[in-house]
Design a protein around this ligand. Structure first.
Ligand SMILES: Nc1nc2c(ncn2[C@@H]2O[C@H](COP(=O)(O)OP(=O)(O)OP(=O)(O)O)[C@@H](O)[C@H]2O)c(=O)[nH]1
Ligand SMILES: [Mg+2]
Length: 280
C-alpha cells in the first residue's frame, strides 16, 4: 500500500495533543474555519487498529448520514495499512483526516487524542464510534438530536429499544455487571457507561478535568463519563443495537479487561470515600 500524502505529515503540536503522532492535514485551511451553514461543527472520531476491511465503507456510510461531518481516524500504525487507506481518502476529501500514531497505544489514549484534537480546533461536538460497524451510522441523527437537551449522548445498549446482536450469555453478564458496579461506585444513573458510541459537547470536555484521567484501555469509557458527570454534565441515552463487527478481528484482550476492572474499582472506591472531588 503506497504512503498517500500530498503534503508532508505535520506533527501535532504539544499544546493541542500530548500523545505522540503525526496527522495528515485535510487542507491548507485549518479545521478552525467556521461552519458557514450555521450547523454545529461536528467531528466524528474513529480509533483504528487493523480495520482495513471496514474503514472506507464506514466513512462513506457516515458521510451519507452526516455529510457536514469532519472525520478523524486515529490509527496506531495498523499493519494492514488502515492508516494509508485513510490518508489516501483524505487526499481527495478534505473532510477526512488521519492521526498516525507510532504503535498500538490503546483505545483510551486514541479517544483522548481525538478529544484534544476537537478542543484545539473548536469543534462543537465530538462523536466517537468504533470502526468495525458495531456502531451503525443510522443512529447518528437520533444521537445528535439529543444534543439539544444533553451534554453527552450515549448510544446505549441497555435502555429500552437497545441491545446486542448474538452476544453469548457470559459476555452479556460481564458487561451488565460492570455497568451495575459503575452505577453504584460512580453514583451515575446511566444504563450504558461502557460503550464507546457517544457524542460529547466539546465545551463539556474542556470542563471535565481530562488531565485527571488515569485509564488507558477499556475503563477509559467509564472514567471519561464519570469526569463529565462530576463536572455537572447532563447525560442522555439513545437506544442502539450493537452489531457484530463486519470484517477483521476483535482486539479484546483479557489482560486489559482485568486491568480495566481494577482501575474502575480503584477510582470508584476513591469516589465513594470522597477522594475524587473536583479541583475548582
Ligand atoms: N487506535 C487504536 N484503536 C484501537 C485499539 N484497540 C482497539 N481499537 C479500535 O477500537 C475499536 C473497538 O475495538 P474492538 O476490537 O472492535 O473491540 P470491541 O468492539 O469491544 O470487541 P468486538 O465486539 O469483538 O469487536 C475498533 O475500531 C478498533 O479498531 C488501539 O490500541 N489503538
Ligand atoms: Mg468491535
Amino acid at each position: 500500500m503506497p504512503q498517500a500524502t500530498l503534503e508532508p505529515p505535520v506533527t501535532v503540536s504539544s499544546t493541542d495533543d500530548s500523545s505522540p503522532g503525526l496527522y495528515t492535514p485535510r487542507s491548507p485551511e485549518s479545521a478552525t474555519t467556521p461552519d458557514r451553514t450555521g450547523e454545529p461543527r461536528l467531528l466524528v472520531s474513529l480509533a483504528t487498529y487493523n480495520e482495513a476491511g471496514n474503514i472506507a465503507a464506514l466513512i462513506a456510510d457516515i458521510h451519507k448520514v452526516v455529510p457536514h461531518a469532519d472525520i478523524l481516524v486515529i490509527d496506531d500504525n495498523s499493519p494492514d495499512g488502515t492508516g494509508h487507506i485513510v490518508a489516501a481518502l483524505g487526499e481527495t476529501d478534505p473532510r477526512i483526516q488521519v492521526l498516525h500514531r507510532p504503535g498500538k497505544l490503546g483505545l483510551g489514549t486514541a479517544t483522548l487524542a481525538a478529544m484534544k484534537f476537537a478542543m484545539a480546533r473548536n469543534y462543537d461536538y465530538l462523536l466517537n464510534m468504533d470502526a468495525d460497524f458495531s456502531h451503525p451510522p443510522r443512529y447518528l441523527p437520533g444521537i445528535l438530536a439529543g444534543m439539544s437537551k444533553y451534554d453527552v449522548m450515549i448510544g446505549s445498549r441497555y435502555v429500552h429499544g437497545g441491545g446486542t446482536e448474538n452476544w453469548p450469555l457470559p459476555r452479556r453478564i460481564i458487561s451488565q455487571t460492570v455497568n451495575m458496579m459503575v452505577r453504584f461506585l460512580f453514583r451515575m444513573s446511566v444504563k450504558d457507561a461502557s460503550g464507546a458510541f457517544r457524542c460529547y459537547r466539546v465545551s463539556t470536555l474542556r470542563n471535565a478535568e481530562l488531565d485527571r484521567v488515569r485509564s488507558r484501555g477499556y475503563s477509559f469509557q467509564q472514567e471519561v463519563l464519570f469526569r463529565c458527570h462530576k463536572s455537572g454534565a447532563k447525560l442522555g441515552e439513545y437506544p442502539i443495537l450493537f452489531a457484530n463487527r463486519r470484517a477483521g478481528v476483535s482486539k479484546v484482550n483479557k489482560k486489559e479487561a482485568v486491568r480495566s476492572m481494577s482501575m474502575l474499582l480503584y477510582i470508584g472506591l476513591r469516589n465513594v470515600f470522597g477522594l475524587e472531588l473536583r479541583r475548582g
